[in-house]
Design a protein around this ligand. Structure first.
Ligand code: C2G
Length: 467
């Protein structure tokens, strides 16, 4: 009889070993499927510590598996069972009922789960939970708290807001234990903070937290100038704490996949990137000066895509924007010239447009439909449509949990920088937003539409036709 079982087998423990022993005893040949990180990400299991290879080795080391395979996608079990001629599918009793659909293909056995031990418990024991305080009590902070509950090892129980009444309502609604009237009080009570206040407070609040030795996850834009962003990262280094910009798209599995496909050469050399993000807001903080406007509010997203695809060093950038009487940009377009490619980032708070992303290459292009910044789906398209491909990468929740998971993992592993959003990239985004906004503001008393061209030092300004 051929038996199969599946699992993540993170931090391999006694419960796993006993499960494999009993599965093996059901027949005379045992196949064990070990999940890939991408598959686990897709099913919302974001806290896996060990790599696929480490987990496979642990399973092999038991000597119980006759064959180890990798589980990569939903629906694979049906395929494996038929392909491998499996007679019995076995799994722990925490899954009782969930795999009854496999009865059409083989016998299904639920084995009693071993009590008192789990990977989650081992993860928690190996590292105490991160006490993360929330600064700000707005909409994004609410979503953040709800999403962070899906990431194990992160505990949120405290909030501070400049408006104490709002913090109290926030704590009541989300069942948080403590409202801190002062920011210093919150800093003293937490290991790390998530800053979700209006843009103009980010720099000072991040700086105060870093100087108090606290890790910081700060909403985008982390700062409104290159100098401020650079200073914050330097301070974080000096203090030995993690500073991560909460630019959620960077941490989404679908976005990473899209960047990988684009940069792998499948569409040839990338020659253009066009990314748009607009959000109509009738009134509110986003439309108020001096830090409001579509550039400070939204440009981080298209600039992230452009930087990930073309690098941090354009030769030249030109910004055109539409502004209100009070000088807030309601629609803006940043054009960037790179040595062998051109790009445009379009943002709007008062103009609605198609929010898609197109990556044009010498052999084909990627099309990422709106909302591309919550990347779940994209297509590669070619002159010959028979070569077109569709990609779907599931995103759990509203996507915020991935940045929380990355932040917690950086702290646990002591990594100062995430390759998903390098400091250089975060600083380049701050730099481009600063230039774009400065351009959009000058001269102070001219008409509604402004144009400015900004050359980057040390690079020629006229490279647009240089291919
Ligand atoms: N297990 C157990 N006792 C424990 C812990 C885990 O018997 N104390 C079993 C689980 O029930 C599962 C196996 O060990 O059968 C692997 O557990 P995990 O690594 O947590 O993997 P899981 O998420 O259950 O994988 O395709 C993947 C599978 O559907 C489920």
């Amino acid at each position: 009889m051929r038996v199969i079982t599946y699992g993540t087998f993170d931090l391999f423990h006694e419960g796993h070993r006993r499960l494999l022993e009993r599965a093996k005893a059901l027949g005379d040949h045992l196949t064990v499927g070990v999940t890939t990180q991408q598959y686990d990400d897709g099913r919302g299991k974001l806290n896996v510590r060990q790599s696929l290879m480490e987990r496979v080795r642990s399973v092999e080391a038991t000597g119980l598996a006759d064959e180890v395979i990798v589980e990569e996608y939903e629906g694979q079990k049906i395929h494996d069972i038929q392909r491998l001629g499996i007679d019995i599918f076995a799994i722990g009793s925490d899954w009782t009922g969930k795999f009854d659909y496999l009865r059409d293909y083989c016998e299904v056995v639920y084995l009693e789960r071993t009590r008192g031990i789990s990977s989650t418990r081992l993860r928690d024991e190996s590292q105490p939970s991160l006490n993360l305080g929330v600064v700000g009590a707005g909409r994004i902070a609410r979503r953040f708290v709800r999403e962070a509950r899906f990431v194990s090892g992160v505990n949120i129980d405290a909030v501070h807001s400049r408006t104490p009444g709002r913090a109290k309502d926030f704590a009541d609604e989300l069942e948080l234990g403590t409202v801190h009237d002062t920011y210093e009080g919150l800093l003293a009570a937490c290991d790390a903070v998530y800053i979700a206040t209006p843009h103009q407070y980010h720099y000072a609040q991040a700086r105060a937290a870093i100087d108090a030795g606290r890790h910081v996850l700060c909403e985008k834009p982390v700062a409104l100038t290159r100098a401020d962003a650079e200073e914050l990262y330097a301070r974080a280094d000096a203090a030995g704490v993690v500073l991560l910009e909460a630019l959620k798209t960077a941490f989404l599995p679908g976005f990473q996949r899209m960047i990988g496909v684009a940069r792998s050469g499948s569409i040839g050399d990338i020659r253009a990137v066009d990314a748009t993000f607009t959000k109509l807001v009738p009134s509110g903080r986003e439309l108020e000066g001096p830090d409001g406007g579509s550039l400070s509010e939204l440009a981080s997203y298209p600039l992230l895509a452009i930087i990930k695809l073309l690098g941090t060093q354009p030769d030249r950038m030109t910004t055109r924007s539409l502004r209100t009487q009070t000088g807030v940009d309601t629609f803006a377009r940043i054009d960037l010239d790179f040595p062998h490619a051109i790009a445009s980032a379009t943002t709007g708070l008062g103009v609605k447009s198609e929010g898609d992303l197109v990556v044009s290459g010498t052999r084909g292009y990627l099309y990422v439909p709106a909302p591309w910044w919550l990347t779940e789906y994209f297509e590669s398209r070619f002159e010959d449509p028979s070569h077109n491909r569709k990609f779907y990468v599931k995103m759990e929740g509203d996507g915020l949990r991935y940045e929380v998971a990355e932040f917690a993992s950086m702290i646990r592993l002591g990594t100062a920088e995430s390759y998903l959003l390098r400091r250089e990239e975060s600083v380049a985004i701050a730099d481009m937003i600063e230039r774009a906004r400065r351009g959009a503001e000058l001269p102070p008393d001219s008409a509604v539409m402004r144009t400015s061209t900004d050359s980057f030092p040390g690079r020629p300004g006229d490279t647009i036709h240089r291919i």
